[in-house]
Design a protein around this ligand. Structure first.
Ligand code: PLP
Length: 392
């Protein structure tokens, strides 16, 4: 049986070049970067080189990069850190969108319990935040706007340049969760007018549990934790040296190959979408149908089918996909993203996300086009709703 992995927005395998780089820092250069001796200095050098590399890829300065334990931690640090630094003085209002990752949504909800007010902006049917909605939500006491660059479930790309410009004009901090966009579309902190930006290594063929937060020089933000001078005190604790050097290598490769890889995946994505639309009725493409869609994202709903059953059947046929975000799978609630986009429940419950990666080929897409329609037809034939509908 063919094995097709189509869950690259959940995670990606570590590339050989990345693993080799990490191996050096796990074996030969294993020192504690805080030690003053040569063994420690060697590890420290690796971290600082990695910091410079990542900063250059983002159009930032090296000292504006803080290594974190991944995307979730970077999002938490950006939001809680600025709320703690500015909350008492400047205001207690935060704006985000209703389709953010839970790393942002749950953090905002946590702050609400602490007396902050949060506006959750609605989105269009295609999953895009409207600039007019943002403008009318802005208040005198707004301290932070946090909007994701690209959505992890439906791949919609947000108008972050415009949002950044508006925030800059009004002196409001702007945070972007770029976990899904980095390595797929250009991410430059100057072009995007951004003050804070989160990235995670495991979405770009790097290791899990490492990422970074870009913090523009001069931004007032509290430290994430307390207990040491590492990361200039912002994120104390002995550094994940191998993770950091692996992250930088993965980032370098992702950006170098971005253009060709995005064009290649886009073709596969469109073939898969078109193929499924041609082979099945009552199918809905979720997210933006055109240029505001990530190159690797296919999110489709199959009416009269239950998404989890479809995933299990796909898995038995060797195809790894997901329903909504990986973090919330296992729950039968419709995805908060699809609900916010106004998708009817019968479609929202039958949704599947298939996200392509650098190892996927045209043969993989042909295989999915071969097996998926039959699975949908079989499941529909078992559904009492489908039969009732068919007889009317
Ligand atoms: N933000 C987005 C948009 C994501 O898709 C994810 C992971 O799925 C995260 C944040 C969390 O990143 P991490 O898994 O590195 O904590």
């Amino acid at each position: 049986m063919r094995k097709v992995y189509l869950d690259h927005s959940a995670t990606t395998p570590v590339r050989r070049e990345v693993a080799e780089k990490m191996w050096t820092y796990l074996t030969d250069k294993w020192g504690n970067p805080s030690s003053i001796h040569g063994v420690g200095r060697e590890a420290k050098k690796g971290i600082e080189k990695a910091r410079e590399k990542i900063a250059a890829l983002l159009g930032a300065e090296a000292r504006e990069i803080v290594f974190t334990g991944g995307g979730t931690e970077a999002d938490n640090h950006a939001i809680i850190g600025t709320a703690a630094a500015l909350g008492g003085r400047k205001g207690r209002h935060i704006i985000t969108s209703s389709i953010e990752h839970h790393a942002v949504l749950d953090t905002c909800e946590y702050l609400e319990k602490d007396g902050f007010e949060v506006t959750y902006l609605p989105v269009t049917r295609e999953g895009v935040v409207r600039i007019e909605d943002l403008k009318s939500a802005l208040r005198k006491d707004t301290i932070l706007v946090s909007i994701m660059h690209a959505n992890n479930e439906v791949g919609t790309i947000q108008p972050v340049e415009d949002i950044g410009r508006i925030c800059k004009e009004r002196g409001i901090l702007f945070h972007i969760d770029a976990v899904q966009s980095f390595g797929k579309i250009p991410v430059d902190v100057q072009d995007l007018n951004v003050d804070l930006l989160s990235i995670s290594a495991h979405k770009i063929y790097g290791p899990k549990g490492i990422g970074c937060l870009y913090i523009r020089r001069g931004v007032k933000i509290d430290n994430f934790a307390h207990g040491g001078a590492q990361e200039r005190g912002r994120r104390p604790g002995t550094e994940n040296v191998a993770g950091i050097v692996g992250f930088a290598k993965a980032a370098e490769l992702a950006v170098a190959e971005m253009e060709t890889e995005a064009a290649r995946q886009e073709k596969l994505r469109d073939k898969l979408i078109k193929g499924l639309q041609e082979r099945l009725e009552d199918v809905e493409l979720n997210g933006h149908p055109g240029h505001l869609r990530l190159c690797n994202n296919v999110n489709m709903s199959f009416k009269y089918v239950e998404g989890e059953s479809l995933l299990l059947s796909l898995d038995m046929s060797g195809v790894a996909a997901s329903s909504g975000s990986a973090c919330s799978s296992g729950s039968l609630d419709p995805s908060h993203v699809l609900t916010a986009m106004g998708l009817p429940l019968e479609y929202a419950l039958g949704s599947v996300r298939m996200t392509l990666g650098r190892d996927n080929t045209e043969e993989d897409v042909d295989y999915v086009l071969d097996v998926l329609p039959d699975i949908v037809k079989r499941l529909r034939n078992m559904s009492p709703f489908y039969k009732t509908q068919a007889m009317v």
